[in-house]
Design a protein around this ligand. Structure first.
Ligand SMILES: Cc1ncc(COP(=O)(O)O)c(C=O)c1O
Length: 405
């Protein structure tokens, strides 16, 4: 058996399941889950139609690089959304959702013989850690700073860690914080990448759900603004799951530095991760339409505008830049909060500490003592259900906190 498998951590939802073992939630309330970040708004009909009218595609083996029509849809979207000129032949690839691609990318770029490090934000999307471990690298966790809108404290990463870093994961808009990385922060990361030679994997799967007027800055857009139009050592990961409410379609794309895309294509060809032709055609239709994306965003905006102020009366929480989570401070233990809330009000939230690592246990020897778990004392609430259901959950949380204090 691959010994690295034993280094994988239980997934946060598995830990939540364990936390709730033996608890019978209050039967006076029907269950509401704000735990899992799975989009629940309806899939647009035209995407379903594009899928079912493409079933003839089942009679073909797909190419890993994708059909020209799909690649052209990526190109047009990159142009309209970010004003970027991206080469369809050398700078982009379809992927079966960003999750598998974020994982597979580490397997493509890590050289395990060089004592490699993969730097991740903390809290973070757990795939980054698993990808690093299975690629034979040591993950290093850089904490977010609540005083700076949860920006990642890249300055806290010691030089000896940067010197070993081969890959960093960046998540903007962030899960769970919703923070969008500004241009200045990109500038810092590009300078570090130039100095130490690591590649930046930019996870942008929440880019289309935002609450400020200005759409979130993309990594490649930042590169282009800073004169790096070859996107050197940068690959972005984009997904239809949240943008178009199709998490079951498994569809996204990567774009960026052609040298990395070329090697990623090689890896993917052997791994057998070509996208089904049926999915490719439905995906092209989804990328070519923006109307449904605007409507989806409006639904989240209305929902967050109603729910956030209600929760802010009892929790340390504010409207994030983007994404579909509230990352709220609670008094005392986040784990106790989640357990008691579930028992008393049948509402599921995710303890923040399950999404982060303790600085001292998560990081390599050289940096022990890098701090406590930055998710402790916070909970993540995914506002993915209908507004009425989210409001009901918020009302129960308000009641719960008032009764507790
Ligand atoms: C930060 C982050 N990245 C990537 C993904 C993967 O999304 P998908 O594989 O559906 O594109 C998720 C899913 O929840 C996520 O939260």
């Amino acid at each position: 058996m691959n010994p690295l498998l034993s280094r994988l951590q239980p997934y946060p939802f598995e830990r939540l399941r364990q936390l709730f073992v033996g608890i019978t939630p209050n039967a006076d309330y029907r269950p509401i889950s704000l735990g899992i970040g799975e989009p629940k708004h309806p899939t647009p009909e035209f995407i379903k139609h594009a899928l079912t009218s493409s079933l003839d595609g089942l009679a073909q083996y797909p190419g890993t690089a994708g059909e020209p029509k799909l690649r052209d849809a990526f190109r047009k979207w990159q142009m309209t959304r970010y004003g970027l000129v991206v080469d369809t032949n050398t700078q982009m690839l379809p992927v079966n959702g960003s999750r598998e691609a974020l994982f597979a990318f580490a397997q493509t770029v890590i050289d395990p013989s060089q004592n490699p490090v993969v730097v991740c934000p903390n809290p973070f999307y757990q795939i980054y850690e698993g990808a690093a471990l299975l690629a034979g690298a040591q993950p290093y966790f850089a904490p977010v700073d609540p005083k700076r809108n949860f920006a990642v404290d890249w300055d806290s990463v010691p030089l000896d860690i940067w010197a070993r870093t081969q890959l960093i994961y960046v998540c903007s808009p962030g899960n769970p914080t919703g923070a969008v990385m500004p241009l200045e922060e990109w500038k810092k990361l590009f300078a570090l990448s130039d100095r130490f030679g690591f590649v930046i994997a930019s996870d942008e799967c929440y880019s289309e759900i935002y609450f400020r007027d200005e759409p979130p800055l993309g990594g490649m857009q930042a590169a282009s603004k800073l004169g790096r139009s070859d996107f050197r050592r940068l690959v972005s990961f984009t997904s239809l799951s949240k943008r178009s409410n199709v998490p079951g379609l498994r569809s996204g794309f990567v774009a960026g530095d052609s040298a990395y895309i070329k090697q990623f294509l090689l890896y993917r060809t052997y791994h057998g991760s070509a996208m089904s032709p049926v999915v490719q055609r439905a995906s092209a239709a989804a990328w070519e339409d923006e109307k449904h994306v605007v409507e989806n965003r409006d639904m989240y905006r209305r929902k967050f505008a109603e729910v956030t102020p209600m929760l802010a009366t009892v929790l340390d929480v504010q409207l994030p830049d983007a994404g579909f989570y509230l990352w709220a401070g609670v008094k005392g233990s986040d784990v106790d909060f989640a357990r008691e809330l579930y028992a008393q009000y049948n509402v599921t939230v995710l303890p923040g500490s399950y999404l982060a690592r303790d600085g001292s246990s998560g990081n390599p020897e050289s940096s022990k003592g890098a701090g406590a778990n930055p998710g402790a004392g916070r909970i993540r609430m995914a506002l993915v259900a209908e507004t009425a259901e989210c409001l009901e959950a918020a009302q129960r949380i308000v009641q719960f906190v008032k009764n507790r204090s």
